[in-house]
Design a binder for this molecule. Sequence first.
Ligand code: ADP
Length: 292
Amino acid sequence: MNTLTISTISKTYSNGVSALSNVSLELGNGLFGLLGPNGAGKSTLMRTIATLQSPDTGTIHLNGINVLEKPLEIQKQLGYLPQEFGMYPTLTAETVLNHFAVLKGIKNAKQRKERVHYLLEQTNLFVHRSKKVGGFSGGMKRRLGIAQALLTNPSLIIVDEPTAGLDPTERNRFHNLLSALGEEAIVIFSTHLVDDVKELCTNMAILSEGKVLWSGIPEDAIEEMGGRIYGKHIHRADLPFYRSNFEVIAELLFRGKPQIIVHAHTKPGHDFEPLEPNLQHVYFSKIHAHQA
Ligand code: ADP
């Protein structure tokens, strides 16, 4: 079992943007979803954990090792897949992976080949190993990126927005791969899609404007919302009235008709329909409470 302890991390960029503010989280093996809108600070947090940039204050420990003081030691235990993963379009998948394996210090050619083949198989790319990476689909590129991140058998895997641009089949396949990795390592992935977290994560945090609004087990958050989520179809013109008189956490179009989702401790009116809470409601309500 691995543990990652993030304590009171803050970061303000030189342009004055406060990207992280007092972030504290405790993670173990399994999939951890970092959910938040664009600009929430997800990439900043991930780059900080991956020792690619320093925070202003705070500490991070991986299995007792101080990450910020011993970056080289951490990099050996870390697999990092950034949002934009540079590839070499004219090289084959096997050549690319072999190249990364050399860079990561796997010196023995036989060991290297074995590891590369093993990871190509793990990521379902073995049959494509002799194809040029430039012709790969988005999902295949992401999987090759993961194979690269796994070369040194990391205890901590960080993937930034892994499902962006993937079609549903590729996304599903990628989810399965991440789930399997979570059995032996801490896997952190960031997303702005609630569905990614709902389907996948054992633990999660909601981040907005650099702050952790909530962290824990998705099912617990959903249970907390029991009996507190109501929906109502309305006329578009009445929206301002509802916004000022109710805690409207979301405004949706349901089969072309405007619908509001309201958070309330008791039924807000006879024409409101109680809804079975889901993670989307949790997300909307935490973001709404933060902005209010
Ligand atoms: P996310 O990954 O959730 O979209 P980021 O960590 O990329 O969020 O960004 C958080 C905030 O910090 C945003 O307001 C962004 O514009 C700002 N930011 C990110 N990187 C830099 C940087 N290198 N210099 C200045 N501001 C930055």
